[in-house]
Design a protein around this ligand. Structure first.
Ligand code: PLP
Length: 256
């Protein structure tokens, strides 16, 4: 059998810090093969997103359909989805492949303040939540607060775990809420069914883009290679840590 593939459906950041170029790097580093379908083309440098346009939903849909049919897709990673039409087309296609692990990394806005979904925040929230119905969702604290309509983002490890559990209660299959924006040491929390686990990290100084894209893609690659979920989470966290250690102090890439 050919190398297991991860189908990454996300925005193209031509500077390579985030989006499908970062996805492809992470997927390859984990030993799987990336297949990349862009949902949006962004005008972007390592500094900021200037503007972006969605790709047509028909093109996204045809591309995913062809790849699912002819390639050895073993997991799907969804990042920036762009608009409600693309979200609907993608949801329809992935609904035909409930046998595959699916990771949804919700992308609402760039760190430079540009909204990365055409429409209202509520539409973006509904689009990502419905895509994550049968998936593992990987929001950061800001995204988790938006998805859950919280008045403020979680402030400590207990809050991160509560947000992961609340996302599962809202109907997503599993949630890995990333605590990189916590004050002090970062703690991620994984929730599935009635269980939850915290993963405590050590903060690495510096600002690096694309950590969310890379984590979700590495996780998808681990699952494509048939690792258990917990092992895939540990492997993905290790890959992001390596990336932070490599680029963190150079400040070549600003933070997501
Ligand atoms: N562009 C694309 C295609 C992305 O997927 C993302 C975030 O995931 C961004 C831009 C935002 O990156 P930043 O927050 O570093 O501006």
């Amino acid at each position: 059998m050919s190398t297991p593939c991860v189908l990454a459906i996300a925005g193209l950041d031509p500077s390579g810090g985030a989006g499908i170029l970062a996805d492809a790097e992470a997927i390859r580093a984990m030993g799987a093969r990336p297949l990349c379908v862009p949902t949006a083309l962004t005008v972007q440098t390592t500094r900021a997103v200037k503007r972006w346009e969605p790709v047509s939903a028909a093109l996204v849909s045809e591309s995913i359909h062809a790849l699912l049919l002819e390639e050895n897709v073993r997991a799907i990673k969804i990042g920036m989805i762009g608009d409600a039409k693309i979200a609907e087309a993608v949801a329809k296609l992935i609904g035909t492949r409930r046998d595959l692990p699916i990771i949804v990394d919700p992308v609402l806005q760039s760190s430079s303040g540009v909204l990365l979904f055409k429409g209202k925040l509520e539409q973006a929230r509904d689009a990502y939540l419905s895509l994550a119905n049968h998936a593992l969702i990987t929001p950061n604290l800001l995204e988790a607060a938006a998805l859950l309509d919280l008045p403020r983002q979680p402030q400590d490890a207990a809050g991160v775990e509560a947000a992961a559990r609340a996302l599962v209660a809202k109907g997503v299959r599993a949630a890995l809420v990333k605590g990189g924006h916590l004050p002090g040491e970062p703690v991620d929390a994984l929730a599935m069914g009635g269980a939850a686990e915290q993963f405590v990290g050590t903060r690495i100084p510096g600002k690096v883009r694309g950590t969310g894209c890379r984590l979700a893609s590495a996780l998808a690659a681990g699952l494509a290679l048939e690792r258990p979920l917990r092992d895939a989470v540990i492997g993905a966290r290790a890959l992001v840590r390596e990336h932070l250690l490599q680029f963190g102090s150079g400040n070549l890439r600003p933070v997501i």
